[in-house]
Ligand binder design. Structure first.
Ligand code: NAP
Length: 243
């Protein structure tokens, strides 16, 4: 049994793969889950908000991706490893490496360099660390032993330059798994095309993390709701495009 499509027109039993196919053109798709009141974490982690459909959607987005970009805060908090080879989505990776490489963005390079994110990444999808030129030298040298290191920008990471480089390497489907700070910076730099947002049907409360972090935008950024789906446990799966 598939999802119920609400938009663009009502339909039943829609396959996830059809619902969340990538457009033909170069696309940066941000992927998040949040509660009805906008909480992006429960007890500090995103996983507490997910259901089975959302886990499958995350796996599908990872399989569709040429590259998966994530902020260091999320990689550390969520204990990131390399992307898993998901048997049910293997066909969407035909002609590409079995899994997409993880690109982790960090200024401080405060990582456990023995962690699975670096130690267990396959040769075909080595982890890439993106940092800026003034990152701590000793950490940068250690990083280069376990990952590819790219410096873009002087004091801060130049995100548009990073995305240009990834595209230059042929990565046209770029999935950003957050977190809130990286997503905010990408939005400010005008680099996000789509937001794939799962809505968990609960209220979390508190003053915790939302999907954005940082100062209010000068004016709200408009999104167009292109596609909307529901599952029978009241979760919503929404695909927005930047207006
Ligand atoms: N609900 C969801 O879908 C979802 C998704 C992702 C994350 N989360 C949650 O969000 C929380 C993490 O939030 P966060 O805002 O700390 O996440 P984040 O954006 O992943 O990490 C922030 C850190 O990433 C690096 N970074 C991000 N943007 C950068 C930039 N433009 N230039 C240089 N470095 C940059 C910096 O790392 P350094 O400190 O190493 O310099 C920064 O401290 C976690 O609790 C996680 O579970 C939820």
């Amino acid at each position: 049994m598939g999802l119920t499509q609400l938009l663009p027109e009502p339909r039943t039993d829609v396959a996830l793969e059809e619902a969340f196919a990538f457009p033909a053109e170069d696309t940066v798709r941000a992927v998040f889950i949040a509660s009805v009141d906008g909480a992006a974490v429960v007890s500090g982690r995103a996983g507490g908000l997910a259901n089975e459909w959302d886990r499958q959607l995350l796996a599908l987005n990872r399989a569709l991706a040429d590259v998966i970009i994530v902020g260091a805060g999320t990689a550390r908090t969520e204990g990131y490893g390399p992307a898993e080879d998901a048997p049910q989505w293997r066909h969407v990776r035909a002609g590409r490496s079995a899994t997409a490489p993880i690109v982790v963005v960090s200024h401080g390079l405060n990582f456990d360099f023995d962690s699975p994110l670096f130690a267990e990444a396959p040769e075909s999808a080595r982890t890439i660390i993106v940092t800026s030129a003034d990152a701590p030298n000793h950490a940068r040298q250690r990083a280069a032993e376990v990952a590819e290191v790219i410096a873009a920008g002087e004091a801060t990471v130049d995100l548009p330059a990073v995305l240009r480089l990834l595209r230059h390497r042929g990565h046209s489907r770029i999935v950003c798994e957050g977190g809130p700070r990286l997503f905010t910076d990408l939005l400010r730099a005008g680099q996000v095309d789509e937001l794939c947002l799962t809505r968990n049907p609960s209220l979390v409360g508190g003053y915790g993390t939302g999907i954005l972090r940082g100062a209010e935008f000068a004016s709200p950024l408009d999104l167009d709701l292109e596609r909307a789906y529901a599952s029978d446990d009241s979760y919503l799966y929404l695909l927005y495009r930047r207006g």
